[in-house]
Ligand binder design. Sequence first.
Ligand code: SF4
Ligand code: SF4
Length: 352
Amino acid sequence: MAKIDIGPPDYRKNLHPVIIKNYGQWKFHDYVKPGVLRHVAHSGDMLYSIRAGSPRLVSIDFIRDICDLADEYCGGYLRFTSRNNIEFLTDDETKIEPLIEACEAKGLPVGGTGASLSNIVHTQGWVHCHTPATDASGIVKAVMDDLFEYFKRDDLPARLRVALACCLNMCGAVHCSDIAILGVHRTVPVINHDIIRKGTEIPTLVASCPTGAIRPDPKNKSVVIKDEKCMYCGNCYTMSPGMQIMDPENDGIAILVGGKVSNARSVPMFSRLVIPFLPNNPPRWPETVEAVRNIVETWIKHARKGERVGEWIERIGWERFFTLADIPFSDKCIDDYIFSRETFRTTAAFKY
Ligand code: SF4
Ligand code: SF4
């Protein structure tokens, strides 16, 4: 068959030789120092991964720079983690310190492993997507600038994972991160009937609404929205630019906490809403930065060693969390999702 260039190359061609040799035969991995992990195979082979932060939206020059580092110190082998960290891979222990020095000299912090804050995973934001209620890279830059010390420290109670998604489609894993920054729309889309009439498939648009809020309006060759059924998800905007969901006054940010993917110690958890709304306040989003730092510091102060944010809150109780973090509880924090029976509090010990 002719060679084609559609899609990514077969990942097996790009693996480090030590990984190919020991594929599926790893004995354990351990933590050497902030940013450095050692992976040991049953054969006795070892591979080191050196983790550096990346800004996620990167330029060609940046990619060339990190490829040069990989060529010089680790045979050209690197990978990106799901949280957009760069991991340089080498089996030569003597290369670790020179590589760290070279990374730091280029402004790439090395850290994010063990009980530290990893890179913040985020979505496209105003730069690229069509339904964002907030920016992505701008807020993450402001939050990470503020929390930077925790990327290089490894003395937090446990690992800390922060995520941002710029709408509730949640491309950014916010449902399963310790702290989640989520863009929220709060108003019903404004219909531009001209755009709908000129180029929208009305049956597809009607079908796109998860709550059945959109109805055809044959007289006007357009649609109408039943406001009380709309949950401001923006899905209809995906079908037609005539369903204008963006609202500069009312769009903003919600904060959720307590999610995790890991099944170590306790089962994976979904994050829960604790701050329903913070304003979009570019370029430095001070309200969001302050809210995230407050939660991080409260967790560091009160959690036991090894407790992720959600585990700590489950132990002390959500009421106590709101008190300790000095976050006002609102009716918006009550889970009233139609399929939420499983998560309902069923004891009488409920203070609100
Ligand atoms: Fe687009 Fe929403 Fe994903 Fe952001 S979270 S990139 S707005 S779909
Ligand atoms: Fe339906 Fe969502 Fe559009 Fe509201 S925003 S009309 S719920 S698709």
